[in-house]
Design a protein around this ligand. Sequence first.
Ligand SMILES: [Zn+2]
Length: 207
Amino acid sequence: MRFLRERKYNIVSLEELTDLIKNKKKIPSGTVAITFDDGYLDNYTHAYPVLKKYNIPATIFVVINRIGRHLGNDDYMSWNQIRELSESGLITIGSHSMNHPNLSEINSEEQLKEEVFESKKILEKELNQEVKFFSYPFGGRSLEARRMVSLSGYKAAVGTNFPKGSPGDDLYALKRLRISENCRNMFIFWVETSGFYTHIKEQRDDY
Ligand SMILES: [Zn+2]
C-alpha cells in the first residue's frame, strides 16, 4: 500500500472504477482498485489498519455462511467487524455468495439465485445499505452466473479467470490481478500491477 501511494498510483474505489468504465471515460494510467475475497479475519486485523493509515479504499467480498466462523485453519470476520468496516467509509462490502460454490457447476436456477441474489439481500439487511458488487468464487466463467448477477441488481462483478480478452468493458466480468505472497518482492508486485505479466500468462495458458 505504501508502494502504491509513494509511486503515486491513482487509487480509486471499485465504484469509481466502475463508473469510469460505465461512462466510457478514459482511465488514467496507473489506476488501481483494491479488493479482497472471502472475508478472512486478517482483513480486519491486518489489512484494515494499513488501508486506514494510507487512506486507501478497498472492497471486501464476504461469504455469508462463513461469517464469524472458524473453518480449517481459517478465521472469518464477524458481522460486527464487517459492519464496522462498512461504516468506516473506506471499505465497501460486496457479496462473494452464500457458500462459495463454483457457480459454473450449479445447474439449478433456484440454487444459483440463492447464492447470488439471497446473499445480496442478507448483506443489505445486515449492513443497512445497498450492496453493489459481487465476486465470483473460483472466477466467473459461467455465463448463467453472470446473467444472474446482472439480473440481481448488482452494478458490477469481479473475478479472476474470465476468457482471454476479458474484461473489455463488461461490468459483470471485471478481471483482477491476483496479488500473491510472491509480491512481498516489490519488483514482482510492480510487474504484477503493470498487468503485463497477466498478459503473458494468458498467452501461455490460453485461458
Ligand atoms: Zn473466494
